[in-house]
Ligand binder design. Structure first.
Ligand code: FE2
Length: 321
């Protein structure tokens, strides 16, 4: 069977096609705000403007037509309401117009499942790090979040700091390059069991920046400190669950220094460590198609009117996985 996946929870309009677990296409278009955070209305405008083009590119890449698709999968949440509504409406319209089955999937679950598949590490502990989410997740039977941020997501920490230092495009990838030129300065370190707190770190870094500490040094230190916190909480979760496999996923998983630190930690603890290619860690439609197809084959689906978007859809609110 062929499944079309639609991702629109945040800044990315992603569409992908999957055939029985094999990714046929995975094409996206990103809304990139300049000198400001994500404006929901502008993200929604972007997604609605590029939707048809991104869909057509996917169909061309996979050399199929809408007729060949059996299931349409869309990201139900969590996410920002306005852009999420574009993907939800588009998925429902396409399902109705072309007579396809429809399924909604949790965005974080899709990151975890596609990464599990691509790394080949079955039933691991998942570390899901992105702009809005920072969670340590188990997907054995019922999804469980066993550790998470108590305030902002780790990606938001970097994006917010990027705006403090007035980057035109405040994004983790830009900060990662800046951090390479920095030296360490001490910042607050807060781990509570398997939970994390990032906002004090942001406030302190902002204060030091206003006092004249170099942005390169602060960026480097912000990453070193927050990644060390993540490593500590994750190592505790690995020991507690006795898991011997760790899969890192989500947008922040693309950071090479984070991958290196977790890799060292896992090697020392005799834990297998895996991370999928960047293409599947940024927001993408391929993972939504993959997870939708997986859930459909396991549990079937419901009529289109039963599927709703949910901006606060937590992975542990999923009924089945
Ligand atoms: Fe994501």
């Amino acid at each position: 069977m062929i499944t079309l996946g639609i991702e629109s929870t945040c800044h990315t309009l992603g569409i992908g096609l999957v055939e029985d677990g094999k990714i046929l296409s995975n094409i996206h278009d990103i809304y990139k705000p300049k000198n400001e955070g994500i404006i929901p209305r502008k993200a929604a405008d972007h997604h609605s403007q590029v939707f048809v083009e991104v869909l057509q590119k996917n169909l061309e890449k996979a050399q199929i037509t809408m007729k060949d698709i059996e299931l349409i999968s869309f990201a139900q949440g969590p996410g920002i309401g306005a852009p999420l509504a574009v993907g939800t409406v588009a998925a429902k319209f396409l399902a109705h117009r072309y007579g396809k089955k429809l399924i909604g999937v949790n965005h974080g679950y899709a990151h975890c499942k596609v990464s599990e598949y691509l790394t080949g590490l079955k039933n691991p502990l998942y570390l899901y790090l992105s702009g809005g989410n920072t969670q340590i997740v188990l997907l054995d039977n019922q999804p469980k979040v066993i550790g998470e941020t108590l305030d902002i997501g780790i990606g938001n920490l970097f994006d917010n700091f990027g705006r403090v230092i007035e980057l035109e495009y405040a994004h983790g990838s830009v900060l990662e390059q800046l951090a390479k030129k920095g030296k360490y300065v001490e910042l607050p370190y807060t781990v509570k069991g398997m939970n994390l707190v990032f906002s004090g770190l942001l406030t302190h870094a902002e204060r030091l920046y206003k006092q004249g500490i170099k942005k390169e040094d602060l960026t480097y230190s912000l990453m070193e400190t927050s990644f060390s916190m993540v490593c500590e909480a994750t190592e505790r979760a690995l020991f507690l669950t006795k898991k011997k496999k760790l899969v890192l996923c989500g947008g922040v998983a693309q950071n090479r220094r984070l991958q290196e630190m977790l890799g060292i930690m896992c090697k020392e603890d005799n834990v297998k460590f895996g991370v999928a290619p960047d293409e599947f860690n940024r927001d993408n439609g391929g993972m939504i198609a993959f997870a939708g197809e997986y859930l459909y084959k396991k549990y079937g689906t419901m009529p289109a009117e039963k599927w709703v978007m949910n901006t606060k859809y937590r992975i542990d609110n999923m009924k089945k996985c």
